[in-house]
Design a protein around this ligand. Structure first.
Ligand SMILES: NC(=O)c1ccc[n+]([C@@H]2O[C@H](COP(=O)([O-])OP(=O)(O)OC[C@H]3O[C@@H](n4cnc5c(N)ncnc54)[C@H](OP(=O)(O)O)[C@@H]3O)[C@@H](O)[C@H]2O)c1
Length: 288
């Protein structure tokens, strides 16, 4: 259980995955949370949880101790400009920790946007949506004013929702192609596995449930046994058997190269989106 008050500037999908995950796990109480966004109607699911919502981002900055910045990257500057206009410096500002989830926006730019807070403590993290069921995968890097006790608190939050690791900022985009975008790749794999079973006559609902459970089971086997996936695969491929026949089809379809390309392309795209001169930045909101 944390004592800190946790705020969210922007209450969309990523914020909700983190906030609802923390509340459901009992890490924080609803009374410790405050969420801001431009349209109160869009924050209804927070109120359904019992969390207070407001339209004034300044209030979140003023009142909260750990503040997640959860707007889309192209909203960062207008949002920070508005905060700057209305912010009155206070001594407790120096204890606040800001945690950005914005894809592609680096610590230098984040600190510059929030420089209206002297010596702003900034963490850049890259979470993913399975955090809402405490199976997330998050990496984070510290800004120049972060102290060990700040990192400790943020680690408790992020690690309570899955696995979290502190890494050098130079690695964030590379990891994002796997952890931030990876859930979408795996959803596609689950759907395709289920379609294969449906083609063979298995009812759709059962096929989807079994495909998801196969992915969970295989993933847990890798994590719990610590064995290399290639060894685990070899263990289930009997000579002349059904599994090796299926694996051959995967090889013919270039599955491994395709997945490697997907991760590489997603990481590259993430780095590109972080460039403010990128013409696509406005178009997709710089989002994953
Ligand atoms: N989704 C993912 O899987 C994922 C993973 C890792 C990182 N991220 C990062 O998470 C961030 C948010 O993405 P998302 O998927 O959660 O998008 P989202 O669901 O669209 O959430 C963005 C939220 O920001 C609010 N907002 C807009 N303008 C605002 C302002 N001036 N002040 C305060 N709030 C404002 C929006 O409110 P309205 O809807 O009312 O306009 C919306 O609730 C992005 O920067 C993205 O890079 C997302």
């Amino acid at each position: 259980m944390l004592d800190e008050k946790v705020g969210f500037i922007g209450g969309g999908n990523m914020a909700f995955a983190i906030g609802s995950g923390l509340i459901n796990r009992g890490i924080i109480k609803t009374s410790q949370v405050l969420v801001s966004g431009p349209t109160l109607e869009n924050l209804q699911r927070w109120r359904d949880l019992g969390v207070a919502t407001i339209t004034d981002n300044n209030h979140v900055v003023d009142e909260m101790d750990i503040i997640f910045i959860c707007v889309k990257p192209h909203i960062l500057n207008p949002c920070a400009e508005d905060l700057k206009k209305n912010h009155r410096a206070k001594s407790k500002d120096m204890n606040k920790v800001f945690v950005s989830v914005l894809a592609g926006v680096n610590l230098k730019d984040l600190e510059a946007s929030f420089s209206f807070i002297i010596n702003v403590k900034m963490i850049r993290c890259m979470p993913n949506t399975p955090m809402q069921i405490s199976e997330g995968c998050t990496v984070y890097s510290s800004g120049s004013n972060i102290e060990p006790h700040d990192l400790e608190k943020v680690h408790i939050i992020l690690n309570s929702l899955g696995v979290a690791q502190h890494i050098p900022e130079s690695m964030i985009n590379a990891v994002t192609g796997l952890s931030g975008c990876g859930p979408a790749f795996v959803y596609t794999i689950i759907e395709a596995l289920a379609d294969g079973a449906v083609k063979n006559g298995v009812p759709r609902q059962m096929a989807l449930q079994f495909a998801a459970q196969v992915v969970v089971g295989a993933a847990k086997t890798v994590m719990i046994t610590g064995k290399h996936p290639a060894i685990l695969r070899d263990e289930v491929c009997s000579p002349g058997g059904a599994t090796i026949a299926g694996v051959h089809e995967l090889e013919k379809g270039n599955l491994r190269a395709t997945l490697m390309n997907a991760v590489e392309m997603a990481s590259q795209r993430c780095a590109d989106l972080g460039r403010k001169d990128n013409a696509n930045f406005e178009f997709c909101g710089g989002c994953l």
